[in-house]
Design a protein around this ligand. Structure first.
Ligand SMILES: [Zn+2]
Length: 235
């Protein structure tokens, strides 16, 4: 019967936990960059929408300005016509049209002022959106640098931990080592599990008294529930 030192299994269990925790961290690292890029994209879209709005307002202002200029020219032309009016009736008729056009032009002028004010407001918003986007881009760059450092550190730690695991596994008898290596990819840190409060700490199935006594004699026993190699935590 193969006997196993619980202290060795405890070390193996601890190292496996470290290894897979590092793996999780390494997996999460790129998500932080993804998140920063998504945020950046939202700000970029907001800026694009604000810029499009500003372009639209500027175009409308320009159109209104041209319209107003044309109508003002029309007023001047009618005033000249009025000066050369053939009779009082024609003079009065032109006078009415001039008055009406001037009144309409005043309304246009007010609308133009409103449009120009709106342009200023949106131009301010565009400036804000630009600076928010710049800030986000800078933050993305910082995140990328930070994550690259973290990733390098995690990869180094993983390599070291794997080397330590290999050394620990060398101390396990051959037949059991092969089994642990086969189970490891699917069972990860649960390949080896301490008995905790009378149960397998990997699947929480209760450990039978026979199993417990076999474990106390340092026999190799797998949990019937999950297949983890069990051990009694050393006191
Ligand atoms: Zn189990």
């Amino acid at each position: 019967m193969t006997t196993l030192e619980p202290a060795l299994l405890a070390l193996l269990h601890g190292k496996l936990r470290v290894y897979y925790e590092l793996t999780e961290q390494l997996g999460r690292a790129p998500k932080q960059i993804e998140f920063a890029l998504q945020r950046e994209e939202q700000y970029r879209q907001k800026l694009a929408a604000t810029s499009a709005n500003l372009q639209d307002l500027k175009l409308k202002s320009k159109e209104k300005q041209n319209d107003l200029a044309a109508r003002e020219a029309q007023v001047k032309k009618m005033q000249l016509q009025q000066d050369g009016a053939a009779n009082n009736r024609e003079y009065a008729m032109l006078g009415d049209t001039i008055k009406a056009t001037i009144a309409a032009n005043e309304v246009l002028g007010d609308e133009l002022l409103e449009l120009l004010e709106r342009c200023d407001e949106v131009a301010d918003k565009e400036k804000q959106a630009t600076s928010v986007l710049e800030q986000a881009c800078q933050e993305t760059a910082e995140t990328k640098t930070k994550i690259a450092e973290t990733t390098r550190r995690l990869e180094r730690d993983l390599t070291d931990t794997e080397a330590e695991l290999v050394e620990l596994l060398k101390k396990i008898p051959d037949d059991l080592r092969g089994e642990l290596i086969r189970k490891r990819p699917s069972m990860r840190e649960k390949t080896v599990a301490p008995v905790d409060d009378g149960a397998c700490s990997s699947c929480w199935q209760l450990v039978s008294p026979q199993t417990r006594s076999a474990l106390s004699m340092k026999h190799a026993v797998n949990c019937p529930g999950c297949g983890a190699l069990l051990y009694l935590p050393p006191a």
